[in-house]
Design a binder for this molecule. Structure first.
Ligand code: SF4
Length: 490
């Protein structure tokens, strides 16, 4: 044997990373299930089940191919690698560049050599070169350059369909009593059952834990959901937990699918003429635009970026985030219950409900970030740090987003069916039945008016405060709401 190839649990692809060109006669494969990863934090068990079972299935597929596979449990990754090198003496360890600063440092200090991380479409140096050239790091500029660079949905340098994005068409509220085609159910096998028993968890049938299952999910999305994805992508409804979202992010983020495979399938379907441009563009933007941008920004902004707290938000994490019975806000109760059930909700509840609430209540960004990391099935460090610190709670002073994503109950009422049965009224900002989002939206603007009045994208909203004759009453109600949220009674 000539070398040890270490496979982190988010590099599970045979054709990318350090496994590209690997040879069963020469390479020992190392996977480490570290206690730090499994018990180090309050991880959602569905998430642990998915990550561990996927890794064990992947290890098995490599064994079936003839590789010597060492899958060990240890206190830390480094302890695990030490165990493996005791057995396979004098072999150097190689790995694709890891996906977080912490793991990069740990492996580098251990003497691991790296090959390029090609689990993305944009090499880190290329992104860094783009970002270093920008005055502000607008995702839209990156995305357009990315379309041209990759030759996707462009004719020459012009966008297919005559526009770079079709967001205006993609903001439909949910139709009444919306069913939609069913989602795939995954049968559990011996490995799944073993992992589930070790975790003391009854997994859902939602998430595949094999490459075959991930490919089936991709096909299901393309065949049954892709065409309708766009117009309803921002809608939220209790009638249908996923609408037409792809549910592919867990597989993209642990390596079972590569973004190039997803894009190839999407473009092939678009070429048949059956997929409207607003759905094709909206989905492709998530994969070649947003996902690549967020990963690029994580590496570009550096390891200290996650500590930003430029709005001085110091409230402890509210109890409703960990217990949906600690709130009467129907939108939050439904969303947190959904997360408890399957470790997933789509991007709008994440941004416009959970993050919006953390932003408006002045919740400490790092506590909120830790919670988001722990509960979502697809929450890798590189995804969550920029998404939460930059986009979700605007803790970076506007480095990533030019304005905070703050909204009152009117937006949620328009885009969901949560408000009708709620005890609160999205139209009211004062009084006992006022929607907490509406009250807190104005309170947030008032608390930070000096910061945001200088921002040309926010100044109109800040001036709106002048029209509120009931501002003193609203400020008092906001204090009641904040205390009630802390006590779990609002
Ligand atoms: Fe949420 Fe407010 Fe609507 Fe209730 S009224 S569901 S709290 S947005």
């Amino acid at each position: 044997m000539k070398r040890i190839i270490y496979i982190p649990f988010d590099h599970l692809h045979r054709n990318f990373g350090a496994l590209k060109g690997a040879n069963p006669k020469e390479d020992v494969i190392a996977l480490v299930e570290s206690a730090r990863m499994t018990t180090g934090r309050n991880w959602h068990k569905e998430r642990l089940f998915f990550l561990i079972s996927s890794a064990r299935h992947f290890a098995k597929s490599l064994e079936d191919e003839g590789f010597t596979v060492e899958y060990v449990k240890a206190a830390t990754t480094i302890d695990g690698l030490n165990k493996i090198t005791e057995k396979h003496k004098n072999l150097l360890i190689t790995c694709a560049e890891p996906s977080s600063f912490r793991q990069f440092e740990a492996l580098k200090n251990h003497g691991v050599s790296f090959v390029e991380n090609d689990f993305f479409l944009t090499p880190r140096p290329l992104f860094s070169a783009w970002a270093s050239d920008q005055k502000s790091y607008l995702m839209e500029s990156f995305y357009r350059a990315q379309r041209i660079r990759l030759g996707i949905l462009v004719e020459g340098n012009k966008p297919t369909g005559g526009a770079w994005n079709f967001d205006k068409e993609n903001r439909l509220p949910p139709p009444k009593k919306y069913d939609g085609p069913p989602y795939l159910e995954n049968k559990r096998d011996v490995i799944d059952v073993e992992v589930a028993e070790e975790l003391g968890h009854t997994p859902t049938t939602t998430w595949a834990t094999t490459r075959k299952g991930a490919l089936a999910q991709l096909k299901n999305f393309i065949d049954n959901h892709f065409a309708e994805f766009g117009p309803l992508e921002d809608a939220m409804t209790t009638d249908n937990w996923a609408l037409h979202h792809s549910l592919l992010s867990p597989y993209l983020n642990n390596g079972l699918l590569h973004p190039s495979e997803v894009i190839d399938a999407a473009l092939k379907a678009f070429k048949t003429g059956d997929i409207p441009i607003e759905s094709a563009e909206g989905f492709i933007r998530q994969v070649i635009g947003w996902r690549e941008y967020v990963n690029g920004m994580y590496w570009f902004l550096g390891p200290t970026y996650r500590e930003n707290n430029q709005l001085n938000a110091n409230r402890n994490l509210l109890p409703l985030f960990t217990d949906p019975n600690k709130t009467q806000m129907n939108c939050i109760k439904e969303t947190v219950t959904d997360i408890d059930n399957r470790a997933w909700v789509h991007h709008i509840p994440r941004l416009m409900l959970l993050s919006n609430l953390a932003l408006a209540t002045g919740t400490n960004p790092q506590q909120f970030l830790d919670w988001m990391r722990e509960v979502f099935i697809d929450a890798t460090e590189w995804v969550m740090v920029p998404n939460v610190i930059g986009m979700g709670v605007h803790a970076d002073g506007g480095k990533m987003m030019t304005k905070p994503y703050a909204a009152g109950g009117a937006y949620i009422s328009r885009m969901s069916n949560y408000c009708k049965p709620c005890v609160y009224n999205p139209k009211l900002r004062v009084g006992e039945t006022a929607c907490p989002f509406t009250t807190l939206y104005w309170d947030f603007l008032d608390r930070h008016k000096e910061t945001f009045v200088k921002n040309h994208r926010m100044s109109q909203q800040v001036f709106g405060l002048n029209r509120l004759s009931d501002l003193p009453e609203l400020k008092l109600r906001a204090q009641e709401v904040l205390s009630g949220l802390e006590e779990g009674t609002i």
